[in-house]
Design a protein around this ligand. Structure first.
Ligand code: AMP
Length: 281
C-alpha cells in the first residue's frame, strides 16, 4: 500500500493506470476510521480494481474553529487499519498542499444546501463541495462510496457530479450502527460514558418516526412532536433540528407520502450528532 502526501505524486500514480481497463474506486474520509468507513472501503474493494482512500480533515467545511481543533486525528493508526483492507493508495495531504497560499475558489450549490445541516452550519457544504471537487479532479475515480449517515452530503455530491458532468458513479451505503443503534461517528469519541448512553435518543426518535408512519400517521407536525418528546426527555440533549424531508429534493414536508427521510441533529452536551432514516418509500 502506498501512502501519498502530495497531489503531484497522487496524479502520477493515477495517470499511470489511465487507459488501462481498470476501475478506480474512491472513499473520501476525514480519518479516525471506524466500521462505517470500513463498510465503504470493503464494498469499494469488492467492486473496483484499484482502491484509493483519502484521509484529510478539511478545514473549509468546519463552521467553528473549536470544532476543527477538537476533531480527532490518528493518521498512523488509520494507515495500519486500511493496510489490512487491501487498499492500494492512501492519499493523505496536508492542509497547505490542498489550500496553498492564494487559494480562493469555492464550489457552491443552491437549494440542496438550504435545509438540514446547511441551514445550521453556514459554509459547511461549500467546504464539502470544494474539497470533493478537488479530490475528484485529483483522483479521477470511476466510483465514489459514501455513507447514508451523511445523507445531505450524499445528495449534494450526487448533484455536483451531475451538474459538473464529472462522470463518477456515486454509491450510497447504509449507516453502520453500534449494537444500541447509535450511528458510528468519529465524533462519538467526544462523548463521556454517560453521554454515550444519552446519545441513543437520536436513533430512538428516528425509529419512532418510522413506526408512526408504518401505523399510518402522516402528519409531519405530529411525528416531529413525538420525536421531540423522546429527545427532550433526555437531560442535556438539545435539539438542533428535527426535519422530515423529501429524499431527493430535501424539501420539508407537511405530510409523509412517497420517498421521505427523517433527519435529526442533536447536541449531547458539547457534541453535535446527526442521524437519519428512510421513513417512507
Ligand atoms: P467522514 O470521515 O466522517 O467525513 O466520513 C467519510 C465517509 O464515511 C462519508 O461518506 C460518511 O457518510 C461515511 N460514514 C461515516 N459514518 C458512517 C457510518 N456510521 N456508516 C456508514 N458510513 C459512514
Amino acid at each position: 500500500m502506498d501512502v501519498v502526501r502530495s497531489i503531484s505524486e497522487m496524479q502520477v500514480m493515477r495517470n499511470a493506470v489511465e487507459g488501462q481497463k481498470c476501475s478506480i474506486g474512491f472513499v473520501p474520509t476525514m480519518g479516525t476510521l471506524h466500521e462505517g468507513h470500513l463498510s465503504l472501503i470493503r464494498s469499494a474493494r469488492d467492486e473496483c480494481d484499484k482502491l484509493i482512500v483519502s484521509i484529510f480533515v478539511n478545514p473549509m467545511q468546519f463552521d467553528r474553529e473549536d470544532d476543527l481543533a477538537a476533531y480527532p486525528q490518528q493518521l498512523e493508526t488509520d494507515i495500519d487499519i486500511v493496510k489490512k483492507e487491501k487498499v492500494d493508495v492512501v492519499f493523505a495531504p496536508c492542509k497547505e498542499e490542498i489550500y496553498p497560499e492564494g487559494f480562493c475558489t469555492r464550489v457552491e450549490l443552491k437549494k440542496l444546501t438550504e435545509n438540514l445541516c446547511g441551514k445550521r452550519r453556514p459554509g459547511h457544504f461549500e467546504g464539502v463541495a470544494t474539497i470533493i471537487t478537488k479530490l475528484f479532479n485529483i483522483v479521477k475515480p470511476d466510483r465514489a462510496y459514501l455513507g447514508q449517515k451523511d445523507y445531505q452530503q450524499y445528495i449534494i455530491i450526487k448533484r455536483l457530479v451531475q451538474d459538473l458532468n464529472m462522470g463518477i458513479d456515486i454509491k450510497l451505503l447504509p449507516t453502520v450502527r453500534d449494537k444500541d443503534g447509535l450511528a458510528l461517528s468519529s465524533r462519538n469519541r467526544h462523548l463521556s460514558a454517560e453521554e454515550r448512553i444519552k446519545a441513543r435518543c437520536l436513533y430512538e426518535a428516528l425509529l419512532k418516526a418510522k413506526s408512526l408512519v408504518r401505523d399510518n400517521q402522516r402528519e409531519v407536525e405530529k411525528i416531529k412532536s413525538e420525536m421531540e418528546g423522546i429527545i427532550l426527555h433526555v437531560r442535556d440533549a438539545k435539539i438542533d433540528y428535527i426535519s422530515i424531508v423529501d429524499s431527493d429534493t430535501l424539501i420539508e414536508k407537511t405530510e409523509v407520502s412517497g420517498d421521505t427521510i427523517a433527519a435529526v441533529a442533536v447536541w449531547i452536551g458539547s457534541t453535535r450528532l446527526i442521524d437519519n432514516i428512510v421513513i417512507d418509500t
